[in-house]
Design a protein around this ligand. Structure first.
Ligand code: GLU
Length: 430
């Protein structure tokens, strides 16, 4: 039998070769082989259509130190419409990571049926070390560096790790100042006052919980009384924890960068949130046991939601997980080896490109509402979001059953298949 892997698969893509990029490409390659994907399209999808690297000066508050910092904006696929994806501020940001994340955005948008290709951007800095004034300055300078790339019809940023609605407001303002009029559609995840959508802030967490509900229901289980451990307590994790508690689940653990808190009977998520807002960290929260971020992953629970950063569940710890379901709120939290171990152990993994698609779905609603100047109520937004997430979950889970594969492979087959078909229809220019 001939090896179904084409020669060009072994050629390293040097510019963006990093562990996270290799994970994204390995997922694509595995799926493409299984699908028998047209090799011309397969090869095209392995690298982004556009990748921009900028370096620029950033003046610290003391007015003495001027740092050179690096920023990125990668557009993976321009076939489906404008490109879409978040901007992250984090010390791990580099070209390979940004490219991997842009590729996952492509599949994510295709799985939930949005008219976007994937993009991602970021700056390699630690936002926790910057003052608000510094954050504003660095955001405005980065925006002006990528101003030719972004726009409501071309590429639309949104919040991601280390950024929030205030950062989106500064991007929108910087862009609008250059155009000479307000352009709210250049970003999503904006504050409501300048054209943001109701429900956007909680959208990713709400989408994650929709997937938890569907995954449990599919196996005859109920959200009420189930136990959920959540790694993280940022935008995604906090919304997921709050909604899970409202639905009667027991949230047994949450965490921040420094570590987590664990209470087997279930935490009071509101009280944990109030503590964090007042103290600035979870550490010291009374009435719960401290745990490390690594220990949190191994706590006994029904559902584990990694909703912080990438590469948390690996070949090293996957066999020690004591949950029945992993529902990925973060992007890329599970390595390829871990995926295989979990599959073999019968742990069901709802993949990031499905589970966390609620954020970009409400971003799409925000973009649509803005372009029509007609805004929906929070109930309308939430109802439309839940219906899209349920439809996507069922499409993926039916595909998984039909093809005898896990949910990640099924989601990739759906997403890659839709994109490949669009590429085939558009053809090659000239
Ligand atoms: N950063 C989010 C994600 O990874 C949202 C992207 C968006 O809304 O465009 O899905």
């Amino acid at each position: 039998m001939t090896d179904p892997t084409p020669d060009w698969c072994s050629v390293p893509n040097l510019e963006w070769d990093t562990p996270m990029y290799r994970l994204a490409v390995a997922q694509l390659d595995q799926t493409a082989r299984r699908m028998g994907l047209d090799e011309n399209i397969w090869e095209r999808l392995r690298t982004p259509q556009r990748a921009h690297v900028v370096s620029f000066p950033f003046r610290r508050d003391d007015y003495e130190r001027v740092m050179t910092v690096f920023g990125y904006r990668v557009q993976h696929l321009l076939t489906m419409g404008p490109t879409k994806g978040g901007i992250r501020y984090d010390l791990d940001v580099n070209l390979g990571e940004t490219t991997a994340l842009s590729m996952w955005m492509t599949w994510k948008c295709a799985i939930v049926g949005l008219p976007f290709g994937g993009a991602k951007g970021g700056i390699r800095i630690c936002p926790r070390e910057l003052s608000q004034r510094e954050l504003q300055r660095i955001t405005r300078r980065y925006t002006s560096e990528i101003i030719e790339l972004i726009g409501p019809d071309t590429d639309i940023p949104a919040p991601d790790l280390g950024t929030n609605e205030q950062v989106m407001a500064w991007i929108m303002d910087t862009y609008s100042q250059q155009k000479g009029f307000a352009v709210p559609g250049v970003v999503t995840g904006k504050p409501i006052e300048i054209g943001g959508s109701h429900g956007r802030l909680e959208a990713t967490g709400r989408g994650v919980i929709s997937c938890v509900i569907e995954a449990l229901r599919h196996r005859g289980l109920d959200m009420a009384g189930s136990t959920i451990a959540i790694q993280g307590f940022g935008n995604v994790a906090r919304a997921a924890a709050t909604i899970a508690q409202q639905l009667g689940a027991r949230v047994v653990a949450v965490s921040d960068v420094a570590g987590g808190v664990h209470l087997p009977e279930g935490l009071d998520v509101y009280a944990v949130g109030e503590w964090l807002d007042a103290q600035g960290e979870l550490k010291g929260y009374p009435g719960a046991e401290p745990v490390t971020n690594a220990e949190l992953l191994e706590l006994p629970c029904d559902v584990l939601i990694p909703a912080a950063i990438q590469n948390q569940i690996t070949g090293e710890n996957a066999h020690r997980l004591r949950c029945h379901f992993v529902v990925e709120g973060a992007n890329g939290p599970t390595s390829l080896e871990a995926d295989a171990i979990l599959r073999q152990r019968g742990v069901i993994v709802v993949p990031d490109i499905l589970a966390n698609a609620g954020g970009v779905t409400v971003s799409y609603f925000e973009w649509v509402q803005g372009s029509q100047q007609f805004f929906w109520s929070e109930e309308e937004v939430n109802a439309k979001l839940i219906s899209i997430m349920q439809r996507a979950y069922h499409a993926v889970s039916e595909k998984a059953e039909r093809e005898g594969v896990d949910l990640r492979t099924a989601a990739l087959i759906l997403g890659i298949g839709r994109v490949a078909e669009a590429k085939r229809r558009r053809g090659v220019f000239p």
